[in-house]
Design a protein around this ligand. Structure first.
Ligand SMILES: Nc1ncnc2c1ncn2[C@@H]1O[C@H](COP(=O)(O)OP(=O)(O)OP(=O)(O)O)[C@@H](O)[C@H]1O
Ligand SMILES: [Mg+2]
Length: 420
């Protein structure tokens, strides 16, 4: 493969639609291969904006804005990093000859629980929890009665646990209904799923480069309020369960097609594996690969997009702990004890420009002889990270003054050089 230099007429351009912490790592890996990175998000100074060649702020749900930008930039590859993107724009871009990763239809299927569930269970015949789709409270009652309690209720379009709840009995249905309806995104339809009393759940990172499909070691994770807080790799699985997990992941990713990393989410009970959902992009629980693998899921994603070989080494068992902000701040400052920066652990700070309660701001990574030890360390050492910010309008003002000072200095230098 040829690697042209970035910022030239013949550069290879990768456009990230969504510039969060996962996109930031993808951008860095792309930069490492000389790829020109164009990072897009709906707010300024998003994490990947800060490490890209070009940064854009647009309304990504607005089809015209997304298409305009694509047509202007003419990227070789378009990488959707989040679900809240105008799918219409992706379909049109693909029709116009742009390459969407993995492809617009896969993004369309996976952004809607109804599409992906019907595809996995009904077309591919994969084992899933029992499910029904409902649009009215009466239908919800009927579906919950038919499926039985406890059941899990989610808007068909939502992520990170938004609007999701578990109903233990009929009495809970009203609050589940309200919770789903209040969530942002499209809650006009809900999925009611039978609760899978799994032994553990995993993400199986599955990577396709157009020739081969490879699997990373399974990643175990712990969720709180529908969001991941700890992950570890490798997650122990019986050989039968592991084989079945890989078969499911292969089927579903073959079905979706295209190139890139897929995070296949599975529930495991004994040797039985249930398909839950799949992200056609790197997965948050997969941040653990930043410490466990010679090529992280982000590096593998870039390689897969470019059609490069997917060989890598598994270095060490490891774990990750997400750090979530406890405070609101427009000048967020994290504090980490020195103990976090050890021979067997480190912290990655995402650099998000604002914090609010529960927003993921950093990830702590640990390694050890076993994943359980690594997880123990991650749980312990995440306690050494804290919000340091006191909400500081004052500091914000000082910073503006400082930057004015800086621009004054620059102006003076210009005056000195150009006499203007
Ligand atoms: N049917 C179910 N049975 C048991 N647990 C479930 C079920 N559905 C969801 N969960 C639990 O809730 C978590 C989040 O669910 P799911 O992955 O469907 O939501 P999400 O909003 O897409 O989350 P994310 O965006 O973080 O992946 C799962 O990882 C699992 O722990
Ligand atoms: Mg999930």
């Amino acid at each position: 493969m040829h690697f042209p230099a970035p910022l030239k007429s013949n550069s290879l351009k990768m456009m990230l639609l969504g510039s969060g912490e996962l996109g930031k790592e993808v951008a860095i890996e792309a930069q490492r291969l000389g790829v020109e990175v164009i990072a897009v998000d709906r707010y300024q100074n998003a994490p990947a904006h800060q490490v890209a060649h070009e940064a854009h702020v647009i309304d990504m749900q607005n089809s015209d804005e997304v298409l305009d930008l694509i047509r202007r930039v003419k990227p070789d590859y378009i990488l959707p990093e989040i679900e809240a993107i105008s799918i219409e724009a992706l379909f049109t871009a693909e029709k116009e000859g742009f390459v969407v990763i993995p492809n617009a239809e896969a993004v369309n299927k996976t952004m809607n629980r109804k599409n992906i569930r019907k595809f996995a269970a009904e077309e591919l015949g994969l084992k899933t929890s029992p499910y029904r789709f409902v649009s009215s409270f009466e239908d919800l009652e009927a579906a919950a009665e038919a499926i039985g309690y406890p059941c899990v209720i989610k808007p068909v379009m939502s992520s990170s646990g938004h609007g999701q709840s578990v109903a233990k009995s009929r009495d809970d249905l009203q609050s589940s209904w309200e919770m789903a309806k209040e969530a942002r995104g499209d809650a006009s339809e809900l999925i009611v799923e039978g609760f899978v009393d799994f032994d553990y759940e995993i993400t199986l990172l599955t990577v396709r480069n157009g020739k081969d499909t490879i699997f990373c070691e399974p990643i175990g994770h712990e969720q709180k309020d529908g969001d991941y807080i700890f992950s570890w790799q490798p997650a122990f699985m019986s050989p039968a369960a592991k084989q079945s997990a890989e078969e499911i992941a292969k089927k579903v990713t073959d079905g979706l097609g295209g190139r890139g990393v897929f995070g296949v989410e599975l529930f495991v009970k004994g040797d039985e594996v249930y398909f839950s959902e799949v992200s056609p992009r790197p997965h948050d629980t997969g941040m653990v690969t930043l410490i466990t693998q010679s090529q992280s899921e982000f590096a593998l994603h870039v390689r897969a997009v470019l059609g490069l070989p997917l060989e890598f080494s598994f270095f060490t068992p490891g774990a990750s702990a997400a750090y979530k902000a406890k405070k609101e701040s427009v000048t967020p400052v994290l504090h980490a004890e020195d103990a976090v920066f050890a021979s067997d652990s480190y912290l990655r700070v995402f650099g998000k420009p604002e914090s609010h309660e529960g927003r993921r701001m950093a990830v702590l990574l640990t390694m050890a002889a076993s994943e359980s030890e690594a997880l123990k360390k991650a749980k312990e050492r995440i306690g050494y990270v804290d919000d340091f910010s006191n909400v500081t309008k004052v500091v914000e003002t000082e910073r503006i003054e400082e930057s004015e000072d800086e621009s004054c200095v620059i102006k003076k230098v210009f005056k000195f050089i150009f006499g203007k």
